[in-house]
Design a protein around this ligand. Structure first.
Ligand code: ZN
Length: 159
């Protein structure tokens, strides 16, 4: 079965900045379960998966415009430090903060006594990313999964 839209794919991946060390990997964890064609993953990785089958291993390099977009300058937000009472913060650290668009990963830019400046750019924005992918399983999505727009069961939403 070759991957197309409305298929559920389970895969292992590791991602690095092109030429750099791994930033993130699913190895040693649950594989990632993705519903193809529902913008669950970055466009460049989804395009590279189309037509592949279970057992395939491949590498793909994805430019920022097909990944997390370009970095936008001046996307700094100042937050009260008391929001992070229980966290030890350091410049350059990535933390998740609640925003109007839901929880979002940000980077600590500057620490003040009572405020914290964070960069709202996605930590991988502006980066060309290199993925190593192993396709473990491909199946058709159920009607319910298509309606919900996400994977149910193993590696997906349990409800
Ligand atoms: Zn659901």
């Amino acid at each position: 079965m070759n991957i197309e839209n409305h298929h559920v794919v389970r895969l292992h991946y590791s991602v690095s900045e092109a030429g750099g060390e791994a930033i993130e990997s699913s190895h040693g964890r649950e594989p990632l379960a993705v519903l193809i064609g529902h913008r669950a993953i970055i466009p460049g990785l989804e395009e590279a998966l189309l037509g592949r089958a279970a057992g395939d291993r491949f590498a793909v390099t994805v430019a920022p415009d097909k990944a997390y977009g370009e970095r936008r300058p001046g996307l700094t937000q100042r937050l009260p430090r008391k929001h992070f009472k229980d966290q030890k913060l350091a410049v350059g650290m990535q933390i998740v903060v609640p925003t109007q668009m839901g929880p979002r990963p940000v980077t600590v830019e500057k620490l003040g006594l009572s405020v914290v400046d964070v960069d709202l750019n996605h930590p991988m924005a502006g980066k060309t990313l290199h993925f190593d992918v192993e396709v473990l399983e491909v199946r058709a999505a159920t009607a319910e999964e298509k309606a919900h727009g996400h994977v149910h069961g193993e590696g997906g939403v349990q409800h």
